[in-house]
Design a protein around this ligand. Sequence first.
Ligand SMILES: [Zn+2]
Length: 453
Amino acid sequence: MKYSIALVFAILLGSTSQAQDSAMFRKIANQILLQGKCYEDLRILCKQVGNRLSGTPAASRAISWGERTLREAGADKVWLQLVEVPVWIRGKENLSVREGNTGNWLSLPMLSLGNTVGTGGKILEASIIMVQDFEEFSRLGTKDVAGKIVFFNHRFPQQLVNTFEGYGQAGSYRWNSPNLASAKGAAGVIIRSISTGEDDEPHTGSLRYADSIRPIPAVAIGNRSADLLEKWCLKNPVTARLQSNCRMAGTKTSFNVVGEIEGEQLPNQIVVVGGHLDSWDVGEGAHDDGAGCVQSIEVLRTFKALKLRPKRTLRVVLFMNEENGLKGGMAYADSAQAHHEEHILALESDAGGFAPRGISLGMSDAQRRYLQSYKSLFLPYGVYDFEGKNGGADIWPLQKAGVPVAELIPDPQRYFDYHHTAKDVFEAVNHRELKMGAVAMTQFIYLITQYGL
Ligand SMILES: [Zn+2]
């Protein structure tokens, strides 16, 4: 077999650069695993700021925390980007149920769904009608449903290996069941939580009222409470009493936090890495999405610590209002367009601080194939899955504007035990798994800032 001199030269060059990249990957991992501060950053965000729903004083404290932490990590420039956010207030709430007409009222752990209306502090008492899924609900008429509270007893599809696929399927019960129930005259909705948990933890999260319908209160209960309610509903008439004070309270001025290291050779080409700064109003927003924020800051800190001047501009964005409006993601994309910024790629981490398994690539087939050619560099770090085609929610407006996007894919088995619950606290995050996620993100961002896409 004969090789041309040029081909031999190209192969040799390729293997040298592969060896150099591999050495850089190891340097990045050493830096983060030995010196990384993301776990300590997460402790401060969770314990000193706490949960931070958009428009709350805690969200303002989180913005100051983000600014300060990005500066300390070594960003050349840090600034705030204006975002007008919706404000939703939970207030006091309780739900109790009674089997038959004479039994005792039993109080169930519950959480109103985010953005839902409440009962205005009054007791809403109504009989419950249970359905297993949308299909069963579609067979009911207005006369079956009017004035009742509909219990959507849909279970998380536990048979799926990737729980995020289950979220896509089960999530519609949170987003849409109040619309369907209201259209048939229901007084309210109870859903079985979008949860993989073998526990009684209620999971909140946004719903979306359709414009044309009368908004009705919607709440979630944990899996054990749902099991009990199911048992009762199969035997006897069941009545519920719901009392809640939640409401929308206009909008407030808030901010995305942005920090960057300017590119040395191509400063106008921007590579974004980010997570969302807001969280639900229960727990501490540790996995969702404190983890993504501190990992993104760690990417920048690692470039600084290794004195690695990126060829292209590396920009960290901590987005506001992912949970109940996505206004931060939209404001960022609008600003990028207004300023004619050139975005090479945006990477988000918003699937939990668990051990990384892959990076999802939302871009053209040619770009995906090009990035997949680096897969062997990631394998020693347990990162093997480059088949996904999604980005995160916050960078979806960028993606819609044509920017290639990517998302860190952590191990998905435990995320929906914690998602949007009081259990999503700092202690639920493992320091090594969190750092390994930051390692994979930094390695990936290194490739993009150096070689482009
Ligand atoms: Zn999130």
